[in-house]
Write a protein that binds this ligand. Structure first.
Ligand SMILES: [Zn+2]
Length: 128
């Protein structure tokens, strides 16, 4: 079975490449909330914007949330746990003053980059 928190997945790499091309500079796989062990995929420290790239399968995306047929109650629990963990991570970031932008694996990469870019630029303007 795949490790759950995979790093450098293909959709993440595509998004990073595009953000970089747009002149945005970020850090990767950082722990941003003091005392927390969770790390964030893509981090904009000055803007305090965190980007999480979610795989459709593990994070049970609303569009492609396929349910495995075998052992389905085990999977059900697993998906609910994952969902809870995602929500806890989002709350933790919000509590520390960060904005979380969630990008789904299935999302068009340029519209995902638009969302990230506008969050970063908006937050930088506010902080100036
Ligand atoms: Zn999806």
């Amino acid at each position: 079975m795949q490790r759950q928190a995979r790093q450098d997945t293909r959709p993440e790499l595509a998004l990073r490449r595009l953000l970089h091309r747009r002149g945005l500079r970020y850090r990767l796989h950082r722990k941003v909330v003091p005392g927390s062990r969770r790390s964030v995929d893509i981090v904009f420290p000055k803007a305090k914007v965190a980007v999480a790239v979610y795989g459709c399968y593990w994070h049970a995306c609303p569009v492609h949330g396929t349910q495995p047929r075998t052992n389905s109650s085990w999977w059900q629990t697993k998906f609910v746990d994952n969902r809870r963990r995602d929500e806890a991570a989002a709350d933790e970031l919000a509590g520390a003053g960060w904005e979380l932008v969630v990008v789904w694996e299935h999302e068009d990469v340029s519209s995902a980059a638009d969302r990230v870019e506008s969050a970063v630029r908006r937050r930088l303007l506010v902080r100036r």
